[in-house]
Design a protein around this ligand. Structure first.
Ligand code: ATP
Length: 283
């Protein structure tokens, strides 16, 4: 039997860093939503008790460093599974891009193994297990639109944004989330208006949403990689209604209501930037 799971990327409608904790983690508040750019995960049982990964990617390891491997490992340990699994990853989400590619693969493995071994574990429990692998995994277990608090492990579901198009533009650099977080000076950070974004979502107001999206990490990534700021400026100039860097970058996204305008901006950005995608929201 083969199990297929879609692993969608996410974008941050907000990312606020509230404080640094005693344990070295940061308390955050992040509103995220899934988009229809996805990896595809295929799971197959192995009689032998081991985890195999196959994927074709220059940037992602196919061994125990892969977050999909880590997910299978913690799952097997948590539920005492002695069978093995072969995980095939069809990678479409750009790596180290701020789009949660590794986290969503890990989350898809947790959901998929739950089906493969017919365990009926509730999503809340999978999310809790996922948060031991990485800060964005709990969100990715649920997907759709949600706010994540704590270091990312406390998830509350939210209404999805009004239907729109999303242009993603990524320069040819990878950004390490760890490096960006190490440079945070909490006293000097920009803080997005999370409460206004929450209102915009519940009132389904696209313009209000676009006015309030915000990311505490933009300034840090912009100072290290000025090309990311230039991409944001180009996307604003091209007329996207809301423009923001996702996660710790370097991907910048633009929100646009009309398809014709979105296509025009997508074509314009392709002349400006290495990787550009035109996608929709999921859910
Ligand atoms: P986030 O926004 O959550 O910080 P990201 O999109 O910036 O994530 P990822 O694409 O998840 O970053 O990759 C970050 C690192 O994780 C890379 O160094 C990559 O090699 C490693 N990695 C491990 N497993 C995976 C996976 N299955 N897919 C992508 N990257 C993975």
């Amino acid at each position: 039997m083969t199990i297929l799971e879609k692993a969608p990327a996410k974008i941050n409608l907000s990312l606020d860093v509230l404080r640094k904790r005693e344990d070295g983690y940061h308390d955050v508040e992040m509103i995220m939503t899934s988009i229809d750019l996805a990896d595809r995960i295929e799971l197959e049982r192995l009689e032998e008790n081991r985890i195999e990964i196959s994927l074709e990617s220059r940037y992602v390891p196919n061994d125990e460093r892969n977050l999909a491997y880590k997910a299978a490992n913690v799952f097997k340990e948590a539920y005492g599974i002695t069978e093995g699994v072969h995980i095939r990853i069809d990678k479409n989400i750009p790596v180290s891009a701020g789009l949660g590619g590794g986290s969503t693969d890990a989350a898809a493995v947790l959901r998929g193994l739950n089906r493969l071994w017919s365990l009926g574990i509730p999503l809340e429990e999978l999310a809790e297990l996922g948060s031991t692998i990485g800060a964005d995994v709990a969100f990715c277990v649920y997907g759709n639109t949600a706010i994540a608090r704590g270091y990312g492990e406390k998830i509350e579901s939210l209404p999805s944004p009004p239907s729109c198009w999303i242009i993603l533009a990524k320069p040819d650099i990878g950004v390490s989330t760890k490096t960006i977080f190490e440079k945070i000076d909490v006293e000097r950070l920009f803080h997005p208006q999370t409460s206004e974004i929450l209102k915009a979502l519940s009132e389904r107001k696209f313009d209000k949403l676009c006015r309030n999206i915000g990311n505490s990490l933009e300034d840090i990534t912009f100072s290290l990689h000025p090309e990311v700021m230039r991409i944001k400026e180009a996307m604003v100039h091209a007329g996207a209604a809301g423009v923001l860097m996702s996660g710790s970058g370097p991907t910048v996204y633009g929100l646009v209501e009309q398809q014709s305008k979105a296509t025009r901006i997508y074509n314009g950005m392709r002349g400006f930037c290495d990787e550009v995608y035109l996608v929709r929201l999921l859910g």
